[in-house]
Design a protein around this ligand. Structure first.
Ligand code: PTJ
Length: 256
């Protein structure tokens, strides 16, 4: 895929970028997805390109919600399909969640290409091609499947735009977002805001799901009850603040 040497200090980040470019070439990722990836990279840099303790708490709570749900759905867009197809399929498998393709820049051809791409990575049933229901939104992210996102009780929305997230919450659903920007409308309106790179977040969630799969309903409910999303957002902002401060100190720049 690339000529990026393994010992390059920014290898992981550059490989992720290559996957998005490849996704565009394959007709899976939108051109706008390149811009979204760039924004994500900037926030990841500020967070320190690591899963913070607080993000891990959110990932564990997210898994508890998914395992407790009766109809959990994982929403897949063009960026996540290109970056983490194996992880999406693995998380759906281990939790029993359903995959549904849902696109902002929607075309039937792209929906079908993403469904085929997920199948090539081991997915069974993938929803999203029927689009037989419409959420009250003026753009195509509102097109959903009746048996999937429309009737889901818990929806995982990696790299979302804020208004659908708000709409799903208004509909009474539990919304778990994965978004590196702690101040995005998505992060601010989700039930659980996972502020981590989707590449790390899904890996962690798969491991949590394996570990928690046999937990009692009471245990899962206990994790949900003790979860504080406001604290998770505050902690992410604090992590960014601390990193900027450390970097400024190292450079001898006066921190206000
Ligand atoms: O495939 P489509 O048509 O559904 O379009 C998908 C994109 C992502 C282009 C669309 O949803 C979009 O424009 O999203 P936004 O409004 O740019 O929001 C994307 C958010 O995801 C931003 O807050 C980014 O910081 C964040 N983000 C980008 N890359 C990552 C990320 N968060 C976690 N992990 C990433 N790798």
């Amino acid at each position: 895929m690339t000529g990026i040497p393994r010992d390059h200090p920014r290898y992981e980040s550059l490989i992720t970028r290559e996957k998005i470019v490849e996704g565009v070439h394959m007709g899976i990722t939108s051109h706008q997805g390149l811009g979204a990836q760039g924004r994500g990279e900037a926030f990841d840099y500020l967070i320190g390109e690591r899963t913070t303790g607080s993000a891990a708490v959110a990932e564990r709570a997210a898994v508890a919600w998914i395992l407790r749900a009766s109809n959990p759905v994982i929403s897949v867009n063009g960026n996540t399909a290109a970056l983490v197809p194996e992880s999406l399929v693995a998380l759906a498998d281990v939790t029993g969640a359903t995959l549904e393709v849902n696109l902002f820049h929607r075309s039937d051809a792209r929906v079908h290409r993403i469904i085929e791409h997920l199948r090539a990575h081991g997915a069974g049933k993938v929803l999203g091609s029927r689009g037989d229901r419409r959420l009250d939104l003026s753009h195509d992210r509102g097109i959903v499947d009746e048996e999937g996102i429309f009737s889901a009780d818990v929806v995982l929305v990696p790299l979302e735009d804020g208004d659908r997230c708000q709409k799903l919450v208004e509909m009474g659903k539990t919304v778990i977002s994965i978004d590196l920007n702690p101040l995005s409308r998505t992060s601010l309106s989700s039930t659980v805001s996972v502020i981590d790179n989707v590449t790390r977040a899904l890996q962690n969630m798969i491991q949590f799901a394996k570990d928690m799969k046999s937990d009692s309903q009471e245990n899962l409910q206990g994790i949900i009850d003790s979860y504080d999303n406001r604290k998770v957002i505050n902690d992410a902002l604090y992590a960014i603040h601390e990193r900027l401060k450390l970097q400024s100190d190292e450079m001898g720049i006066q921190w206000i």
